[in-house]
Design a protein around this ligand. Structure first.
Ligand code: C2E
Ligand code: CA
Ligand code: CA
Length: 832
């Protein structure tokens, strides 16, 4: 801004100055022109004067006056012009010029006057008129008087001599005067530069005659002394002589006059007054001109100086600007650019993971902010990186190491174990029925359960052991530094014990069991992945057992696992091929002995292995979800069978269908079932749905609603395998079952085990208390029959009264039953 202002000021200054100077110069140019004009008019005046000197023509006189007037106007104009100028001197000179002009005017006019009056023009003529001529007249008069006075007494000869002498004198005087006149008039004709040559000869004549005159005067004097001249002679001679002397003096004066330059007054005036005056005026004009030129030159110099100064100023400013820019750049570079570059470098290094580069301390506060922001960002990034790293290696939910980290540690532990010749143990565990918990109670509960499991796991393992969550409900524990397999038993026991403790989440009390597979390195395998696979395989073997269990890995398990995989494949094909069917096992009323219902039990007609029971394939079928398709495809046959059996028996015979949690949680299947009921494919009460307790463990509310809907449409609901599950009493209370089926495990020992006996008794009482009928399953002996019958059990199911039969066999039996008036003779079983 300052620079700009300075530049503008300088520019303004120069502009103003240059304008003034240019105006001055322009003015001076007109002055010069005017001066030229004045000069030419001066020339004109001179010219006119010279012409007038040569010949005073009236026309030239007028022109002279015009030129003088013009000159006066020009001078006035000049004065005005100069008045605007600074030069006082010029103004003074102009005033002097004016005065000069006045004088010139006067002199000019005087010259004109001079030229027109001859006597004034030629002073010699006046001299002649006023001096020589009067002397001549006087002398000649005196001579006349002398003649007249000549004495009469004189002899003639004497008289002649006197007359002769006087006449001669008169003659010579006249000649002398005449020569003088000629001398004077001769002057006009001689305009040679050296007029004296012609003039001198003429004056010599004058002198010659003057000599003669003088000689005659002497002769006269002699005559007088002879006494020839009378009384007044001496006086006259004296008079003549003095006149002669006067005349001669005058003549000499004229001679001098004519031989000198002043013979003409006009020329004299021209030379002595006018020419100097003109010269003086010209000189003055020159002074003014040169003064004006000097000033112009000074102005031009000043203008040039100004331009130079401006150039210098501009140059200085440009230099200053460059320096300023340079300084600014240096400053910027030091305070900003370098910082930015180094911060950028730090950023780049940071991005490449080099954490040592730190942005330099900043000088500028903005830069400091930037660096601080960078450091803050770096802190945050590191924190997040740490967090991400942690996340990458840890399970977000349980905060346990994840599979990646676990595998890493396992690998590391394996190396050390191999090096030190020690063993490590790997426990692979999977929670039982976790999926059901998740599906029925929701993921939040599932997550909580997993967290509890993780906490408990960490609590029971040693500090040197690693617990990890591998996926979903799969956990693993790495135990380092063990000596042999047996060392894993206490750990496995502790884990099982810890996990079997009931878990309370919200209002739910959950009991979980865990299946554990154990593998030992280096015996089983010495590669991490192989070891994990081994423990996983062992875990699957453990899964086959009810409740919590652990199994050591054994090589044959691999083939078992392979078999299970093969089974899965076979099952898929079997589903496609429709190799599934129902067998029907009768359930008989202990009160009437009549067939109450038949339970539909799934069978697989294996192309090579024959008819297979659910124990072989049901878990896999359920795990893969194939069960839904299988049961769905068999529902039509179930409907037909129910109708057929009812017709054959002659009264409605119900069919019991087992619903696994999988089926109950499959909306399309449930909708299909509801639809069939709605369409009346099953008559009221002719469909019994059997659910195990774990179906009810989770999402009870939803299950309840569905069951209620099914019940409303005429289905009946039975609680299957009662007594095996958990919180059984709760379940009885929570849903209005029509039937409770006591698990065959209890029935089996009912005679031998008093605990079981009292449990069965309690169940029957309880069920009746809730207004539910009771079915005793797996009744194989009459003893068992009698026992349950005594306790008031309502129905029995078991090999004692009927094996599961094919549909056709069941129909045949029904027909026989109809024919015999009851397949199962109640009296046969009734205890009195
Ligand atoms: P469950 O529901 O408890 O079915 C009764 C099982 O007890 C049947 O075995 C039956 O053959 C057997 N049983 C009956 N009376 C006796 C007896 O006196 N002694 C002994 N030891 N066993 C007896 P099965 O057919 O092998 O079925 C086993 C389990 O498979 C069933 O137990 C049931 O939970 C499941 N299951 C069978 N069919 C289906 C089905 O269609 N769907 C579903 N979800 N599960 C089914
Ligand atoms: Ca059943
Ligand atoms: Ca059962």
């Amino acid at each position: 801004m300052i620079l700009l202002l300075a530049a503008l000021l300088a520019l303004y200054d120069v502009e103003q100055g240059s304008q003034t100077y240019i105006r001055n110069i322009t003015q001076r140019n007109s002055t010069a022109e005017l001066l030229r004009d004045v000069r030419s008019h001066l020339d004109l005046v001179e010219n006119r004067l010279q012409r007038i000197v040569i010949e005073p023509v009236q026309k030239d006189v007028q022109k002279l006056e015009q030129a003088l007037t013009q000159l006066s106007l020009l001078l006035n104009h000049l004065k005005q012009l100069l008045a605007q100028d600074d030069s006082r001197e010029s103004q003074a000179i102009a005033n002097q010029l004016q005065a000069d002009l006045d004088r010139l005017h006067r002199s000019g006019m005087e010259l004109v006057g001079l030229r027109t009056e001859v006597e004034r023009w030629f002073p010699a003529i006046r001299q002649m008129r006023e001096v020589t001529y009067p002397h001549s007249q006087a002398a000649l008069n005196q001579l006349d008087i002398l003649l007249a006075e000549v004495d009469e007494e004189l002899s003639a000869e004497q008289r002649l001599r006197v007359v002769m002498s006087v006449s001669t004198l008169r003659h010579f005087w006249s000649a002398m005067a005449s020569e003088l006149r000629l001398f004077v008039s001769n002057r006009f004709g001689v305009f040679a530069s050296d007029a004296s040559v012609g003039m001198r000869s003429r004056f010599t004549n004058v002198i010659y005659y003057a000599e003669e005159v003088k000689a005659q005067i002497n002769t006269l004097k002699a005559l007088h002394e002879e006494g020839l001249l009378g009384f007044l002679g001496a006086e006259s001679i004296d008079e003549v002589e003095s006149r002669f002397t006067g005349w001669m003096r005058g003549a000499y004066q004229i001679s001098v006059m004519l031989e000198g330059s002043g013979w003409r007054r006009d020329v004299v005036m021209l030379q002595q007054t006018i020419d100097p005056l003109l010269e003086q005026m010209r000189q003055r004009l020159r002074v003014i001109n040169s003064d004006s030129e000097n000033q112009s030159a000074a102005d031009i110099t000043r203008l040039t100086n100004m331009a130079r100064q401006l150039t210098l100023t501009m140059g200085a400013m440009a230099l200053f600007t460059i320096i300023l820019v340079l300084l600014a750049y240096i400053f910027l570079n030091r305070t900003l650019l370098k910082q930015i570059a180094r911060t950028a470098l730090a950023l780049k290094q940071e991005a490449q993971g080099n954490l040592r580069i730190v942005p330099p301390p900043a000088k500028l506060s903005e830069m400091r902010d930037l660096v601080e922001a960078f450091n803050e960002m770096r802190r945050q990034v590191h924190m997040r990186q740490k967090h991400l790293d942690h996340m990458a290696y840890h399970d977000a939910l349980t905060r346990l190491p994840n599979r990646v980290l676990f595998r890493d540690r396992l690998e590391h532990a394996l190396q050390i174990a191999v090096r030190d010749g020690r063993r490590i143990g790997l426990m692979f565990m999977d929670l039982d029925r976790f999926k059901q918990v998740n599906d029925s109670l929701g993921h939040l509960v599932g997550d909580e359960l997993l967290k509890v499991v993780a906490e408990r796991l960490q609590r029971v393992i040693r500090g040197s052991d690693t617990a990890a969550r591998l996926s979903g409900d799969e956990f693993a524990v790495l135990a380092e530094g063990i000596n042999d397999r047996a060392d894993m038993i206490p750990l496995a026991d502790k884990v099982v014990q810890a996990l079997e403790q009931p878990v309370c989440i919200d209002e739910h009390e959950l009991r979980i069991s865990v299946s554990i597979g154990i593998a030992i390195a280096p015996e089983d395998d010495h590669l991490a992945d192989d070891l994990i696979r081994d423990a996983d395989t062992a875990m699957y073997a453990a899964k086959k057992q009810r409740g919590s269990a652990y199994r050591y890995f054994a090589q044959e398990m691999i083939s078992e696992a392979a078999e299970s995989l093969q089974l899965e494949n076979e099952l898929r094909q079997a589903v496609e091929a429709g190799q599934f069917l129902f067998h029907y096992q009768p359930v008989v009323s202990l009160w009437s002995g009549e067939l109450y219902c038949c339970e539909a039990l799934l069978r697989w007609r294996h192309p090579t292995k024959g008819l297979l029971s659910p124990a072989v394939f049901l878990d896999t079928l359920d795990d893969t979800g194939l069960i839904v398709r299988v049961i769905d495809s068999l529902l039509d046959s179930l409907v037909d069978q129910q109708k057929l059996l009812s017709r054959l028996v002659g009264r409605p015979v119900a069919l019991a269908l087992n619903l696994s949690p999988r089926l109950l949680n499959d909306p399309p299947f449930c909708r299909g079932l509801l639809k069939r009921l709605l369409e009346g494919q099953f008559q009221t009460g002719s469909l019994i749905l059997e659910l195990t307790e774990d179906t009810l463990t989770h999402e009870l509310a939803e299950a309840n609603e569905l069951l209620q809907q099914l019940k409303n449409l005429g289905a009946r609901v039975a609680l299957d395998d009662f007594g095996v599950g958990q919180a059984s009493l709760n379940h009885l209370r929570q849903f209005p079952f029509d039937l409770v089926k006591i698990d065959r495990d209890f029935i089996r020992n009912v005679i031998s085990d008093s605990n079981d006996a009292s449990l069965v008794q309690a169940i029957i009482h309880l069920a009746h208390a809730f207004d539910m009928k009771v079915v005793a399953e797996g009744v194989e002996t009459k003893g068992q029959l009698a026992f349950v019958q005594n306790l008031g059990c309502d129905f029995i199911q078991g090999y004692l009264i009927g094996m599961p039969l094919s549909a056709e066999q069941a129909q045949e039996c029904a027909a026989v039953d109809q024919a015999s008036g009851g397949l199962f003779e109640p009296t046969e079983f009734l205890v009195d």
